[in-house]
Each structure stands twice: as C-alpha cells, then as structure tokens.
Design a protein around this ligand. Structure first.
Ligand code: NAD
Ligand code: MG
Length: 397
C-alpha cells in the first residue's frame, strides 16, 4: 500500500494484547508501522506491561486497560510519553468511540459487544474477530453497521475464507457454505476419554495458536457452534445452508457452494495474519510475510463428517439457529459461565455442553430482543441459570 506521511490510516485495536491483537500489530508493522498507521487507541486487560510497550512502540494516542485496579500501573508505565492512559469499562467505550476509520474488534467474549457496537454505530470499518457480537446480537449488530455506514469485514479464518469466496451480486446463487473445522485435539477421542481432561490438555490445539477461550472451544467444537451462528448473520443465510466438515489439516479455511455445483474455497497455511491483513487493506491484498503453502509437502487433505454425539455443541448451534430469538445469546452466555467453571476445575469438560443445553431449554420462549439492553438482560438471565446449575452440580459431587 502506498500511503504518504500525510495520510496515515487511523486505526484502533480492541484487545491488542491478545492473540489476535498481537498478530494485528505484527501485520501493522509489516505494512509500514507508525509511518503508515495512526494508532488512535489500543485496549487490553490484565497485561498492562505489554499494553504499555505496544502503545510506545506504535505511538498510540490512547491505551486503555479494562481493569480499573491497574490504572496507576498503566499511567506510570506511560509517564512522560504523552500517551493518554485509561481504565475500566467506560474508558474502553471511549477507546471504541475515538475517531478511527478502521477498528479491530478482538476482545474475547461478550465484553466485546458494547464497544464494538459503538464503533459500528459511528461508521468505522469493523474487522470482526469477536464472533460473540454476532452470536449474541446478530440482527442488531448487522443493523448498526448498516446504519453507521462502515464495512463489516470478517477476521475469523472461516468467515474470511467465505467472504473471499463470495462473488459480487450472486447471493441468490449461493446454495450452501461449508465451514471447515480442524476437529481439535479430541477429534478421534471417545466421550469417555474426554470426560476427565484438564484445561492444559484441552487447550493444546493441533494447528492454530490462539487465546485460551477459543482453544478450549476448538476442543469442544463450541467454537464451530459459534461460527455457524456468526455465518448466518454475516452472510444472511438460512440454517439449512450452513454445513460443517471436519478437515484436520486446516488448509481449506472454508468454502461457498453455488447452485451450478461449483465450490469456491480459500486456502492457505493456518496463520491468522492472512485474514487480518485482508481485513486491514480490503479490497487490496497486502504483501505479507507468512509461510506459503507447499502442496507437494502437504500431499493430502482429509475430510470427515462431524460427530454431533461426541461434540453436542454443533447440535446446540443448530437448535439456536432454528429457534432464533435470544437463543444465540443464551447459548453463548451459558457457555462462557461453564467455560469459567471448567477452567476453575468445578465441572468436567463434557459438562460445558450439558449446561449450555439445559440453559437454552430453560429459556425457550424467552422474548426476542428488540434492543441491546434486552440482549444483555437475556445474557444475564442465562448466566444466572448457568451459575445455579453449576452450583447444584458441585454440591452434588
Ligand atoms: P485472547 O484471550 O488471546 O485475547 C483477548 C483480548 O481481550 C486481550 O487483549 C484481553 O486483554 C482482552 N480482554 C479480555 N477480557 C476483557 C474484558 N473483560 N474487557 C475488555 N478486554 C478484555 O483472545 P483471542 O484468541 O485473541 O480472541 C479474541 C477474539 O477473536 C475472540 O472473540 C475469538 O473468538 C476471536 N478469534 C480468535 C482467533 C485466534 O486465532 N486467536 C481466531 C478467530 C477468532
Ligand atoms: Mg475460526
């Protein structure tokens, strides 16, 4: 990209200290760093030291930690730099509101919803890693992007692949999309084997290096469940148009099947920087220093049908898609609570899906959300029920 010194692109990164955030700054560096980009705001949570270092390296104007208690630490680390320090939820909202043209939404979980929505409303182009925005509040979020007038560019590798495989003005000719799934570390395991796994075993993903939540979600295939709902909203699909196929090598990142029988796919080595770079310079393709695919070395690509018995999250996503309303928000919130309980050693690996399912069933018929506050109300109710189910289980154990 040829960007002169007077025309630096104004960008911000929510969740800059995470796996996606760090990769985003790597791409920013590859594409010219502070010469090419005016980093309006970056945000993190507990890793204040990294946040401050990033802010100084890239000349950010504002750095915000979500953790109120770390304000003094951040302020001190940025003393004398002229970089504004902030802390807490309100400050995260200010970072999202700060006038960037492009924003990477890479906070993990529902915490990313309110700030990403604010950036969408003010018309920033949104590079969306935080799939939870679409799972919890798909219709409202897509509407906010449309009203704001910015672009919504997927960063999730599968959705980036689909986005790249879509042809202009051919939405009517899409028959289906095929989301590929690596199958995670337990692809060939029985339910009995999965029952007692620890967090350390579950987080070891075979192909991708990612944050903890999404790594565990890959092992349970809950991540793919979220991605099915994400795809529905991003690409305006009917539930029956969304397929999942297990593809252990993670080389085909996903595909679009058209009504003439053609399948278009996007391939590459599993490296999030390709999808991030594409979202940053879209529709231009950036020059990126990532590993190139060597087909001879690869030799083969494998595919397997997904197993909804061993991985019930896929079945739950299908139910959420069919039921509509707030079921996506409910599934996501219940699973976030169950994930925390699994990480804390309170429940087993398989109980995460059981709890999500029970909460979803308890909330069938809960009114659909017409506003973001109603989404948050459903989210809170799902969390309350999930927490009660977990304490029942831990008391019984
Ligand atoms: P991560 O855990 O590595 O990073 C999360 C970021 O969010 C960090 O900067 C953290 O400081 C911040 N954060 C955490 N809790 C917060 C809170 N309460 N308020 C504000 N900020 C908070 O996660 P990640 O793997 O980078 O994933 C980020 C998002 O991108 C997730 O939604 C994930 O599903 C999605 N995603 C990640 C990958 C990947 O390869 N890592 C791929 C596709 C999609
Ligand atoms: Mg993905």
């Amino acid at each position: 990209m040829a960007i002169g010194p007077g025309a630096r692109r104004r960008i911000s990164i929510l969740g800059s200290t995470g796996s996606i955030g760090v990769s985003t700054l790597d791409v920013v560096e590859q594409l010219g760093g502070r010469e090419a980009f005016d980093l309006v705001a970056i945000t993190g949570n507990s890793n204040v030291e990294l946040l401050a270092r990033q802010a100084k390296t890239f000349g950010a104007r504002m750095a915000v930690t979500a953790d109120d208690a770390r304000y003094a630490e951040l302020k001190e680390a940025l003393a004398g730099t002229g970089i504004e320090a902030g802390a807490g939820r309100e400050a995260i909202m200010e970072a999202a509101a700060a006038e960037s043209e492009w924003m990477m939404a890479a906070i993990v979980g529902t915490a990313g919803l309110a700030p990403t929505l604010a950036a969408a409303r003010r018309g920033a182009d949104i590079a969306l890693a935080n799939k939870e925005c679409l799972v919890s509040a798909g219709d409202l979020f897509v509407h906010a992007v449309r009203e704001g007038g910015g672009r919504l560019i997927p960063v999730d590798s599968e959705h980036s692949a689909i986005f790249q495989s879509l042809e202009d003005d051919q939405h009517h000719a899409i028959e289906r999309i095929v989301l590929t799934a690596s199958g995670g570390p337990f692809r060939t395991w029985s339910r009995e084997q999965m029952a007692d796994v620890t967090v350390d075993v579950a987080k070891a993903h075979p192909n991708w290096s990612m944050g903890l939540k999404i790594s565990i979600g890959s092992a349970s295939m809950f991540n793919k469940a979220l991605e099915m709902i994400e795809a529905k909203h991003l690409f305006d699909l009917r539930p029956e148009q969304i397929e999942v196929i297990v593809h252990p090598q993670s080389i085909i990142h996903s595909m679009v099947g058209y009504r003439d029988g053609s399948i278009l796919a996007q391939l590459g080595v599993p490296d999030m920087r390709t999808a991030i770079g594409y979202a940053l310079t879209y529709p231009d393709r950036p020059q990126l220093n990532v590993e190139r695919l060597d087909f001879a070395k690869l030799a083969r690509l494998d595919f397997e049908a997904p197993d909804e018995v061993r991985f019930p999250a896929l079945r739950l996503a299908r139910s959420a898609l069919e039921r509509g309303g707030v079921q996506g928000a409910v599934m996501n919130a219940a699973e976030e609570v169950a994930f925390d309980a699994f990480c804390a050693g309170q429940i087993g690996f398989l109980a995460m899906a059981d709890i999500a399912e029970e909460v979803m069933e308890a909330m069938i018929g809960y009114p659909a959300a017409g506003s973001i506050d109603e989404v948050f109300a459903a989210d809170a109710e799902a969390r309350r029920i999930a927490a009660a189910l977990i304490s029942e289980r831990t008391m019984a154990a």
